[in-house]
Design a protein around this ligand. Structure first.
Ligand SMILES: C[S@@+](CC[C@H](N)C(=O)[O-])C[C@H]1O[C@@H](n2cnc3c(N)ncnc32)[C@H](O)[C@@H]1O
Length: 202
């Protein structure tokens, strides 16, 4: 018989990742989504230059900085400041990525080996509207990746599934050798979020 998932079960689940993040000194449990993506695709490598779009509060940035080591460089951008202390090979900048693409040429580390986007809109509760906004952010991330990735570069991007999801995947397919769609275990089952991964910028 199927067991209903109670609110307390959901809270326990959330607590598991929150507590693990706290123990491992990450400011957010979203780090485990990138960790799963990394285990599946080996997206980020030692010495890489990584651009992290929507980087606050900074857990992806810290994890990426660990993977790339001292010879690499991780640069993050977000509407909000990152207040967590970052390692010396990582930096965070404030900016709105819906209209910042051109100025990214001047960023330290550009052009990049990897572009990540965990950008998400403030959710309204209206799933259709949230998905449209998420797709706008994902398209903006893809356009940044196309302008600022090296040939052969990698891309991983969050999007909420909705009517713009399939066209977005097609747009990524046009720009990369291989495309994978991935729902991490650490992502809430009820969440519409999913990751589109582009391997090998053409
Ligand atoms: C889920 S959080 C990212 C968490 C981050 N990956 C981490 O592990 O710490 C999503 C972020 O996207 C950012 N964001 C949303 N719209 C943005 C925009 N237009 N420009 C820059 N950042 C944006 C939000 O401010 C928010 O911090």
């Amino acid at each position: 018989m199927k067991r209903r998932v109670s609110t307390s079960d959901k809270n326990r689940w959330a607590d598991h990742y929150t507590q693990k993040a706290r123990k491992e000194n990450y400011p957010a449990r979203s780090v485990y989504k990138l960790q799963e993506i990394q285990q599946k695709t080996r997206l980020i490598r030692k010495g890489n230059r990584v651009l992290d779009l929507g980087c606050a509060p900074g857990s992806w940035l810290i994890y990426a900085a660990r993977l790339i080591g001292e010879s690499g460089q991780a640069v993050g951008i977000d509407l909000k400041p990152v207040t967590t202390k970052l390692p010396s090979n990582a930096s965070a900048h404030i900016g709105d990525l819906m209209n910042l693409s051109e100025t990214l040429h001047d960023m330290p580390g550009a052009p990049f080996d990897v572009v990540l986007s965990d950008m998400a809109p403030d959710t309204t509760g209206n799933k259709t509207l949230d998905a449209i906004r998420s797709a706008g952010l994902a398209e903006s991330a893809l356009s940044i990746a196309c302008k600022h990735l090296v040939k052969g570069g990698m891309f991983a991007c969050k999007i909420f599934q909705g009517s713009d999801f399939d066209p977005f995947v097609e747009n990524v397919r046009r720009e990369f050798d291989t495309v994978r769609i991935f729902k991490p275990k650490s992502s809430r089952k009820a969440s519409k979020e999913i990751f589109v991964i582009g391997l090998g910028k053409t």
